[in-house]
Design a protein around this ligand. Structure first.
Ligand code: HEC
Length: 128
């Protein structure tokens, strides 16, 4: 009877290289606030909403802080970032930064028409 029971081979491997790096990241608690517009992986399907997959992490932290504090005007972003804590911002920036940057050639599933009509009433002649 061989009594050599292998008892020590159940060491969990802490998240090493997995196929999707984001899977190893902790899912931000506030991600649900962002997914509707930027998607879970930072790919937007809404005209006028930027892709943020793989965007620079520090830049996103700064942008989100500025949106939250109304130092950067971004329409919906000011509301979306309004309730974020510094910790939320760190998590979200890290989350989206982990995805691969699209660069170019993302699939353009939309119609491709111009998003906003250009009206010409900027400089209509003097301010009041
Ligand atoms: C209602 C749609 C909407 C929601 C919800 C939303 N965003 Fe945005 N986001 C936008 C739009 C539109 C812009 C571009 C705003 C501008 O012109 O500055 C933007 C811009 C950004 C930018 C700056 C990108 C750049 O290149 O400068 C970041 C980062 C960002 N969003 C992250 C988030 C995060 C994180 C959340 C969740 C807390 C979120 N957004 C929720 C629509 C949204």
């Amino acid at each position: 009877m061989a009594a050599s029971v292998l008892a020590g081979c159940s060491a969990p491997v802490p998240g090493d290289t997995s196929s999707s790096p984001a899977l190893a990241a902790e899912r931000p608690a506030k991600l649900g606030l962002c997914m509707g517009c930027h998607g879970e992986s930072g790919i937007s399907r809404i005209p006028g909403t930027p892709h943020i997959a793989g965007q620079d992490e520090a830049y996103m932290r700064r942008s989100l802080t500025h949106y939250r504090d109304n130092r950067r005007q971004g329409g919906a972003m000011n509301a979306a970032a309004g309730s974020l804590s510094d910790g939320d911002i760190r998590e979200l920036a890290a989350w989206y930064a982990r995805y691969p940057w699209l660069g170019q050639g993302h699939d353009e599933a939309d119609s491709g028409g111009p998003a906003a009509p250009a009206t010409e009433n900027d400089t209509a002649g003097g301010d009041a």
